[in-house]
Write a new protein. Sequence first.
Length: 252
Amino acid sequence: MTALDGKVAFVAGASRGIGATVAEALAAAGAAVVVAARSERQGRLPGTIGAVADRIVAAGGRALPVACDVTSEASVNHAVDAAVTEFGGIDVLVANAGVLWLGAIESTPLKRWQLCLDVNLTGVFLVTRAVIPHVRARGGGSLIAVTTTGVTMVDHGANAYWVSKAAAERLYLGLAADLRPDNVAVNCLSPSRVVLTEGWQASGGGVEIPPDMVEPPEAMANAAVWLARQDATGVTGTVQRSESLDLSGEQT
């Protein structure tokens, strides 16, 4: 038996980067994984939901690629319904879909501000709201929102990305109290350092990251598997940093 045998995980934003790495790690831990994202075909950035699902299946796991635009209520509901039809329910959510904009507030176009809020906050709300009844029906489970250490870096100024992720953290910290009676763990997870995903490299504004500030995506994947094992009797209502977790069970 592996850690997540018999569990079903829905990973939003799973076609590349952190989401893809997390999806493959959850599958390796025994979960059937719903690989959800907009990327059905190869676009400007590498990675598709089909390619991630194919890698999971080739490694002996179970996966379902599902098109999902987290800014669309209808798209989210369709993806969740497809997951439940295929696998019978959902035990774990990883709300990872996100867009990056690190520009200064005074030079941020309204459409960029709105996009960050639509994807990074409203998208988390929509996918979480759609999944909750199914996790509750399983008698408990785990909801994980991927955020960023940037929400605490107020001495570095402000940007739309950090603001939207801070709001997502507040959403999840409050939701943990709401779902405790249903035995559902609700936590946020962020990298301790910078994960140089395809999205970061395309939208990071040319910021040079020193090598000692770079974190491998596997650190997030391992932490996500650990959090996926939780329910409300374990760790809930927290903001975790990937490299600050003792994955044997205790936080460092």
